[in-house]
Design a protein. Structure first.
Length: 99
């Protein structure tokens, strides 16, 4: 699978996640970004969001999980949460460098 296919599949999964998110979450995400996801999602790949499972139990690709992390950091979390998130990421990077 080439990178463009991988991205379009991830956008398909993100679209399904967004469609099953609360109005409170959706209101924090810019409409332009949501339109971008819808425009570039795969036309050939179908993802079924299981309403009986939590987000972390869905069968999401690694790229989708990474993009959800970025969406969370950039659009959803408060500035205080963002600082903590960035500190956690920096700690993780340092641990990876040590290994």
């Amino acid at each position: 699978m080439d990178k463009l296919d991988e991205i379009s599949r991830a956008f398909t999964e993100i679209d399904a996640v967004l469609e099953n998110s609360s109005d409170e979450i959706i209101s924090k995400i810019p409409e332009d970004f949501v339109r971008l996801v819808k425009k570039y999602k795969s036309k050939d790949y179908e993802f079924k969001y299981d309403l009986n499972k939590k987000l972390d139990e869905q069968n999401l690709s690694d790229m989708t999980l990474e993009l959800i992390g970025l969406i969370y950091r950039e659009f959803i979390c408060s500035s205080e949460e963002k600082k903590k998130y960035e500190m956690d990421i920096n700690i993780l990077k340092e641990k990876l460098k040590e290994e």
